[in-house]
Design a protein around this ligand. Structure first.
Ligand code: PLP
Length: 365
């Protein structure tokens, strides 16, 4: 699905040198590269604070801890997403309230979000799924009206931009109270291990999140709040600092592959190509088709038999997961789980490979 080796080989000298510098310094924890990467990411995103941490799941957890929510408080989450989003909410004793998504953009459904708000609702998590932003133009005013925090799960959409009706453009993850992201190797900005970060424009929330990441201490051995140990290590930060320079090039490469897929499948009755929200750029963490009238799983097998990988993100709605059994009706999520198929998407796909993927898919009957 991705080509991490090919991507590495194009920048291996720079990466190897960055890693060697850390090895020579032996400052493996909180080395200068961590600060430098955070500062560079801050200016890339145009956000006031970037707080690096150990992974994208921790980023969500720390953000929720910093919001000071109480057990039983409700947090609204799309039903069609990766499990991490609901996991941390449940882990903190909060109540994940699942809502359906939009059938075309796969993003949280605005009417469902609004209908799910109760007196206990304290936050909403728009997950910018597959690389495109959720409908922030609608979400932000609703959240404001009901005094609900907005935590943007940006694990799949780093580098995407959202332009509001008033012309103002913001980076994904920098519009709500917190944004969180993951640097897992296969994410759009991936390191060579685990990594994550929290974004915010709010000074108080930033200082709380920083403290929580560091055992709840501001001063060494003085713990004013319960925290966790969540750090981005220096080697990963050094790698990310190199790769950040290429993020826009990587996004453009993904967009080019998406354009080829669009062209091939756009006028084909068996396939629905991913709909674009004109307000958001799409950085294609995944290129996800909806399959019409064909056996999706048989198509997946046909592709596999011909050496073409594909994946179903996501096969099971969150409310069907044993750990998160939820009540409610999620017809769109169920439909998507039965019909979506994500094609290979990487920064290194060759014209030959793209051709093979397209031809093999179209040959299936
Ligand atoms: C990958 C991902 C996460 C979790 O990130 P990790 O670094 O693996 O913990 C959270 N949310 C979404 C939507 C993701 O895709």
């Amino acid at each position: 699905m991705v080509d991490l080796k090919g991507q590495y080989l194009k920048i291996n000298d720079e990466i190897n040198e960055a890693i060697q510098t850390v090895l020579d310094s032996t400052i493996f924890i909180n080395g200068p590269q961590v600060k430098s990467f955070a500062a560079n990411l801050q200016s890339y995103l145009n956000v006031k604070h970037v707080i690096p941490c150990a992974n994208g799941t921790d980023a969500l957890q720390v953000a929720f801890m910093a919001l000071d929510l109480r057990p039983g408080d409700e947090v609204i989450v799309p039903c069609f997403t990766y499990v991490a989003t609901a996991e941390v909410i449940a882990l903190l004793g909060l109540k994940p309230v699942l809502v359906d998504v939009d059938p075309n953009t796969f993003q949280i459904d605005i009417a469902a979000f609004e209908a799910a708000i109760t007196d206990k609702t304290k936050a909403v998590v728009p997950v910018h799924l597959f690389g495109q932003c959720a409908d922030m133009e609608s979400i932000l005013p609703i959240a404001k009206k009901h005094s609900i925090f907005v935590v943007e799960d940006t694990a799949q959409a780093i580098g995407a931009k959202y332009t509001f009706d008033n012309g103002q453009a913001h980076s994904a993850g920098c519009m709500g109270d917190f944004g969180t992201t993951s640097f897992f190797p296969s994410k759009n900005l991936g390191c060579y291990g685990d990594g994550g970060a929290i974004f915010t424009n709010n000074d108080d929330l930033a200082s709380k999140a920083r403290m929580i990441c560091n055992h709840g201490q501001k001063k060494k051995y003085h713990h004013s709040v319960v925290g966790v140990n969540s750090r981005l290590d220096t080697i990963q930060a050094a790698i990310l600092d190199v790769k950040l320079k290429y993020l826009d090039t990587y996004s453009a490469a993904r967009q080019q592959v998406a354009a080829r897929y669009d062209e091939a499948f756009g006028n084909h009755e068996a396939f629905e190509i991913p709909q674009r929200d004109p307000k958001s750029s799409h950085v294609f963490h995944q290129y996800t088709l909806k399959i019409n009238g064909l056996d999706r799983d048989a198509l997946k097998e046909h592709l596999a038999n011909n050496g073409v990988p594909s994946m179903v993100y996501y096969p099971v709605p969150l409310n069907e997961q044993e750990a998160y059994k939820g009540v409610g009706k999620f017809p769109v999520t169920y439909d998507l789980c039965s019909r979506v198929l994500s094609l290979p998407m990487s920064t290194e796909l060759t014209e030959n490979q793209i051709h093979t993927i397209i031809e093999t898919t179209l040959k299936f009957r």
